[in-house]
Design a protein around this ligand. Sequence first.
Ligand SMILES: *Cc1c(COP(=O)(O)O)cnc(C)c1O
Length: 353
Amino acid sequence: MTRIDPRSDIKVMSKYHSPQVDVPIRLNTNESPFDPPTAWLHDVNDALQSIHWNRYPDRSASKLRAAIAARHGVSVDNVFVANGSNEVLQTLLLTYAGAGRTVATFEPTYQLHTHLSRISGATVVSGDRREDFTLDLDEVRRVLNTYSPHVTFLCSPNNPTGRIEDRAVVDEVVRTAPGIVVIDEAYAEFADWSALELIQEDRAVAVSRTFSKTWSLAALRLGYLIAPTWMIEQMEAVVLPYHLDTFKQIAGEKALAYVNEMDARVAGIVSERERIVAHLGALPVDTWPSGANFILFRPRQIGALVVWQRLLEAGVLVRDCSSWDRLQGCLRVTVGTPEENGVFMSALSRALS
Ligand SMILES: *Cc1c(COP(=O)(O)O)cnc(C)c1O
């Protein structure tokens, strides 16, 4: 049998994955530690009975998009939905990036921005964040002026650092970027400001959101983009027909009826995050301010891999970022249930002693 090589530009790509290890306490992928509301499960169960399974879904997902639009006070024509915000971003890149075009990122940031851009065929140019992981406007201007990227990615709060992008800096990027500015807001519900307020018809600015984190629905694979209507229209022409199944459209729409429950969970996770931050403050680790549901930290005296292994032996899996560019020696922990966080904190104290 003849093996066929993939595209030469894909051959060199490393696969993006987060190791899934079977341990009692998984604090490595920033999911919600809680189940979605039981009432939502009942709603979805009822809805299952009335789906016309023999028919293609509503191609424009109009009810789901209307519910999302209502939540954010925008028009349904400002909303694009897809299978996770990853597919949202992929569609955006297929529409505006691709061969011969350039995408800018500021590192360290979410690795999939680079990965998806390269798969689209685009060239990725990267600027550096400062030592404290904030954006440096001079560096941003250098990248924008040198490369005139067609798409510029920001991420707020930024994964994996947890830092919220500074509002004035984002304003400035939006003013000076020559192409589209995408702000990935997968963790926006934990943050104190959102770039949604920057969306205007005459501005090439888009904000992506997901049901995977705050909504406790990572299994559903649902995300969306809020953007000017012309962008939504152009992306609709690129995405696969009927890409969003009927079940998902209903499940997502029903979830939006539980905003209060979601807000309460977010508040609980934020207070747990502050409890962990206080604990880390008394240990020999460096940390950075987090506006998300995870915390990046760097052990000062013991190697990150040793600490990661000791935590694993205590039944706690955290994300090892220590081999990633610009994150030498860093680990990232997702905020879990109060019990899980308690186990993590005492295991970390022991691991560091
Ligand atoms: C988790 C995460 C996402 C979520 O992607 P989905 O495809 O919606 O699950 C997107 N962006 C960032 C920065 C993330 O951390």
